[in-house]
Design a protein around this ligand. Structure first.
Ligand SMILES: Cc1cc2nc3c(=O)[nH]c(=O)nc-3n(C[C@H](O)[C@H](O)[C@H](O)COP(=O)(O)OP(=O)(O)OC[C@H]3O[C@@H](n4cnc5c(N)ncnc54)[C@H](O)[C@@H]3O)c2cc1C
Length: 405
């Protein structure tokens, strides 16, 4: 009988436990130690719908959605990619569907279904669950691991640490540190941005589809992406912004040294193509107020806001527009600059940084410096963009750890 301890009953730990129970050739006795309640963290995912994967077929393309951990995940996804994940869930009885944007959800659109699905499997395989049980320390001697709870010390042959991420405190990582592992710098990832311009609140709630966003820091271009975003009371949020903050998680921007976002509201147009278009429009509508022509390109509120921000007269007749004014209008549509001065933590947040991947085998998820110890999930120096990529990493690393336990 092999005794296995899983520290952390989140998605990654639970996946590792079930896969180990299902595939082990030897008899296994598995215990999950969870300081709170098992799978509580999954209930708030995807706004309660649980966006549990991203149906990207090619595993290298899938891995490109991880600002940290991309290369490590090649080996993991070559063993258990999105297609295999979806097959695994449906094969075990959880019905899923894929949205147009590749995000995968349970057919019920309810994260409780995913939790109930896993609880059933944990019961089926007689995996022991110790809830409200905080693991304070793990020690290893030649043959056994000693797991310290608040009131007892228990012996195990193998241990999986799947205690999740926490950018605010190192304490969760101490379990791994005490066994000789390095923890890379920790930062939050995937957050909204506060902009320097307080007038932005005038357009709160307005969303922009398919913009291009170039991000600059210290006068250097650091990232570019395309996608939707939304104005908030403080600044900007939404998929394209989360991608940007995911990629720029380790840049220490602030009011004195902000991130500069250069936004092209019209993804498929550039200065020259828009110049031609506006010249034509002006020719055809000389008596119209210029603002009415520009409102064809962006939502009315945004057009009004941009005219005010750039001190342009919205009521000027199109025919009276000077070349200089036309150039300024075009620039504000294809290269509008905004200063992002602070993160806003009101959304899905994951931890960038964690267990140093150099010390973990990407073939087995076993520690390279402490045999029979495995890691999986957000604890690792792996984090993805929004879209189901973070849970995908949990299933895949959990699966590989489980198969090799
Ligand atoms: C609001 C929100 C929405 C999200 N939505 C999505 C989404 O839709 N799709 C997606 O892909 N990702 C989403 N994420 C990210 C995703 O939830 C995480 O990446 C994922 O939960 C990480 O799983 P994990 O098992 O590694 O860690 P966790 O889910 O954090 O689980 C770790 C568990 O370990 C326990 N633990 C910690 N220390 C100890 C200890 N010493 N002893 C015992 N137990 C311990 C914790 O209590 C916890 O239950 C979201 C995150 C947030 C915050």
């Amino acid at each position: 009988m092999v005794n296995i301890a899983i520290v952390g009953g989140g998605p990654a730990g639970v996946m590792a436990a079930i896969v180990a129970a299902e595939n082990s050739k030897q008899q296994v006795n598995i215990t999950i130690f969870e300081k709170g309640q098992v799978l509580k963290t999954i209930l708030c995912t995807g706004n309660g719908r649980c966006n549990l994967a991203n149906n990207t077929k090619n595993f290298k393309e899938l891995a490109s959605n991880y600002p940290r951990g991309e290369k490590f995940l090649y080996s993991i996804f070559s063993q258990f990619d999105a297609t295999k994940t979806i097959k695994w869930f449906t094969g075990h009885g959880l019905k899923l569907y894929t949205q147009k944007d590749n995000r995968v959800f349970p057919i019920t659109d309810d994260a409780h279904t995913v939790r109930d699905f896993f609880i059933k499997l944990l019961n089926k395989y007689k995996i022991k669950i110790k809830e409200n049980c905080h693991i304070e320390k793990i020690e290893k001697n030649t043959n056994k691991f000693k797991i310290h709870t608040h009131n007892e010390v228990l012996n195990f042959d193998k241990v999986v640490i799947a205690a999740g991420g926490n950018h605010k405190s190192q304490s969760v990582y101490n379990l791994a540190k005490n066994l000789g592992h390095n923890i890379t710098r920790l930062k939050p990832s995937l957050f909204a941005l506060s902009l320097s311009d307080s007038n932005i609140s005038k357009i709160a709630g307005v969303s922009i589809e398919s913009a291009s966003i170039g991000t600059y820091f210290d006068n250097k271009k650091v990232y570019s992406t395309q996608g939707d975003f939304i104005y908030t009371h403080k600044g900007v949020s939404g998929p394209a912004i989360f991608k940007t903050t995911g990629a720029c998680a380790f840049l220490d921007f602030n009011r004195e040294n902000p991130l500069i976002l250069k936004i092209n509201f019209l993804k498929n147009k550039n200065f020259d193509s828009l110049n031609d278009e506006i010249i034509e429009l002006v020719k055809d509508n000389p008596k119209k107020n210029i603002i009415n022509l520009i409102r064809q390109f962006v939502p009315a509120g945004v057009a009004d806001y941009l005219f005010e921000k750039n001190s342009l007269n919205p009521d000027k007749k199109a025919a009276e527009l000077s070349k200089k004014e036309r150039n300024r209008i075009i620039n504000m549509l294809v290269k509008s600059e905004f200063s992002a001065v602070a993160p806003v933590f009101d959304s899905e947040i994951v931890t960038a940084g964690g267990i140093d991947l150099k010390q973990v085998s990407s073939k087995t998820m076993e520690s390279k410096i402490c045999s029979r110890l495995y890691f999986c999930g957000e604890m690792l120096d792996i984090d993805g963009f929004t879209g189901g990529f973070n849970l995908q990493a949990c299933w895949s690393t959990g699966y590989v750890a489980g198969m090799n336990l």
